[in-house]
Design a protein around this ligand. Structure first.
Ligand code: NAP
Ligand code: GLV
Length: 339
């Protein structure tokens, strides 16, 4: 008699029962995250931390039900076409503009992010850049390191802008925007903000912040912070025309996303002193930022480290792991963004 299927042995059945759902972790995380996920999942872990090319990412995710990734990973329709077992993509970030979440929804794939746990660290770094740009911290350090400090204390050396009692404009007054506003209270700053939706009166009062149009925020502020998510609607939200509204003494801070500010327009404004300075943590086309930034003294630069404290990055990675685990074990992931 011809056998068309083999009767599974006890050993086959045991290994089938033990077979774990396969997931990909696309970048280096923390040992604690691997320990948390290991009991439930077979993990393909890119511990070496090199950015995977789109082909490598697709190849490694092909047999996976879940992917934990970062904003350096582009997750789009071409990726979903190949990764047909996929049930969830868990971004280790609050912003998820690297993922086509609408396309994922059409295919029944859950997308999750990590809101809240990074508000304080990102607000701190935003203030660090604001203060660095205002008080010329990075510029004067480079000058000192070059050996240019010859005259000792000099009254007009490296004069900067006052932060205390200045006007801070926040465009994008969400979780992080509001956390930045809290810090401004300690500097006796006046806070003006623009969102498409106005905050309730109690929140405005607690933050001592007043609502204004985007144009008024740009015109009136000594410091303008942009803190909006990136989307087609916020692409080049701040460009030549918006910068032209700012005071010549004003400083622009972008800790939101590359592409929210038109980098070429900003470089032109900084070069021609249309505004006094800028503080930037994010850039168009990271990490290949426009090299002209490197030639300018009046900009403080950091390499997308807004949330980069150990405890915050740990909290983000653990939240991403929790989201992924929930989605693959029949529970509702806490931070499901494309439901
Ligand atoms: P959030 O709570 O959703 O806040 C975003 C705010 O932007 C909302 O208040 C929203 O209000 C406003 N907004 C959206 N579109 C706008 C527009 N066209 N004009 C004006 N306001 C607009 O998000 P979050 O948690 O604060 O994070 C914001 C972004 O920060 C993330 O998406 C991410 O890209 C970035 N981020 C960067 C770092 C870093 O490392 N540098 C770290 C964390 C986050 P309305 O909808 O009412 O307009
Ligand atoms: C970082 O940029 C994030 O969106 O969390």
């Amino acid at each position: 008699m011809k056998r068309i299927w083999a009767v599974p042995t006890n050993t086959d059945l045991e290994s089938l029962i033990k077979m774990k759902t396969r997931i990909l972790i696309s970048r280096q995380v923390f040992r604690e995250v691997i320990d948390f996920l290991s009991p439930d999942f077979e993990i393909d872990y890119n511990e070496g931390d090199d950015i995977l090319s789109p082909d490598q990412l697709r190849d490694r995710a092909q047999a996976c039900a879940g992917v934990m990734c970062t904003i350096a990973d582009k997750i789009d329709a071409a990726f979903f076409d190949v990764c047909t077992h996929l049930k969830v993509v868990s971004n280790i970030a609050v912003g998820y503009n690297n993922i086509d979440a609408a396309e994922a929804k059409r295919r029944g794939i859950k997308i999750t992010n990590t809101p809240g746990v990074l508000d304080n660290a990102t607000a701190d770094l935003t203030f660090a850049l604001l203060m660095a740009a205002a008080r010329r911290v990075t510029e004067s350090e480079a000058w000192l390191r070059r050996g240019d400090w010859k005259k000792g204390f000099a009254l007009q050396q490296m004069l900067g802008a006052d932060i205390h009692r200045a006007t801070l404009g926040i465009i994008g007054m969400g979780r992080i925007g509001q956390t930045i506003a809290k810090r401004a209270l300690g500097f006796d700053m006046t806070v003006r903000y623009y969102n498409r939706t106005r905050l309730d009166a109690a929140t405005e009062a607690a933050l001592n912040a007043s609502y204004a149009t985007q144009e008024a925020v740009l015109r009136e502020s000594d410091f303008v912070v942009v803190m909006v998510p990136y989307s087609p609607a916020t692409h080049h939200l701040i460009g030549t025309q918006e910068i032209a509204l700012m005071k010549p003494t004003a400083i622009l801070i972008n800790t939101a996303r590359g592409g929210v500010v038109d980098d070429a327009a900003l470089i032109d404004a900084l070069r021609t002193n249309k505004i006094a300075g800028a503080g930037l943590d994010v850039f168009e086309n990271e990490p290949q930022l426009n090299r002209e930034f490197l030639t300018l003294n009046n900009v403080a630069l950091t390499p997308h480290i807004g949330s980069a404290t150990r405890s915050t990055r740990m909290a983000m990675a653990m939240l991403a792991a929790t989201n992924l685990q929930a989605a693959l074990t029949g529970k509702e992931p806490p931070n499901w963004v494309n439901r």
